[in-house]
Ligand binder design. Structure first.
Ligand SMILES: *Cc1c(COP(=O)(O)O)cnc(C)c1O
Length: 241
């Protein structure tokens, strides 16, 4: 993809966000666009940053770490599953983790953050559609996990994240995902009543960001609409050349 293509795709995704925010009576400045660069080379991620898209998301720890060293000026988001044995690659590097989904991971993150002398910022991932193919804690367990994690000394819970189930074939993505986004918003409101720092809603992707913005998304995670079709597998450093 050329730099010009990326710049015009960025403009059109930002226009979609602006229109959706407008329709919902919201300010688009309150919605952060995260460019999801998974499988794409660092040069493309750097081009995004240079075009003004500084928030970048990766779903694999190894890929994020490899790109972090090769891209300057980005703010990184880990949007995929985090294994406890990878916690040390993440903590202390100013990465927002969107995928806290269990107590043992919260324990590991807080412990490592204490060792590193920092506070790790996280979002709790919720499996709103109760979809076996998706990560996240159960809807009914969300408040409890948030309460548990925020009591740990070196964690701060800044919001909730979700990936809704894929719309059934032929269904309108906006219609079919919106109820799931509404669920996450209600959960966030219930958490925020007790814990004001639980503010963010990370929801909405290329196909359904309008529905997410309508339901209050403060972060949307967009890959395909910005960067085109993904490669078959993760980007690895030896392919750099
Ligand atoms: C890949 C990915 C996205 C981006 O999906 P697109 O449909 O390409 O925009 C968003 N969120 C998560 C968690 C992802 O893994």
């Amino acid at each position: 993809m050329s730099g010009g293509d990326l710049a015009s795709r960025l403009v059109s995704v930002q226009e979609r966000i602006d229109r959706a925010a407008d329709a919902a009576g919201r300010r688009s400045a309150d919605i952060t666009l995260i460019g999801v660069t998974k499988t794409h080379p660092p040069a493309l991620a750097q081009a995004a940053v240079d075009a003004g898209l500084v928030d970048l998301g990766e779903n694999r720890v190894q890929e994020l770490v490899a790109k972090r060293d090769r891209v300057t000026g980005a703010r990184w988001h880990l949007i995929g599953q985090l294994q406890r044995n990878k916690v040390r690659d993440i903590v202390g590097a100013q990465i927002l983790v969107h995928s806290l989904d269990r107590r043992r991971l919260a324990d590991a993150l807080s412990r490592r953050a204490a060792e590193a002398g920092t506070v790790q910022r996280v979002l709790v991932q919720v499996n709103v559609g109760d979809d076996p193919a998706k990560g996240g804690c159960e809807v009914d367990g969300t408040l409890e996990l948030v309460a548990y994690a925020r009591d740990l000394p070196n964690l701060t819970i800044e919001g909730l994240m979700t990936i809704p189930p894929l719309p059934p074939t032929g269904a309108d993505p906006v219609e079919s995902t919106r109820p799931h986004f509404a669920t996450l918003r209600r959960l966030r409101d219930a958490c925020r009543e007790r814990y004001p720092e639980v503010m963010h809603l990370s929801m909405g992707m290329s196909g359904d960001l309008e529905a997410a913005v309508a339901e209050g998304a403060t972060m949307v995670r967009v890959g395909t609409s910005l960067f085109g079709t993904r490669a078959d597998g993760p980007w690895r450093p030896q392919e750099d050349g």
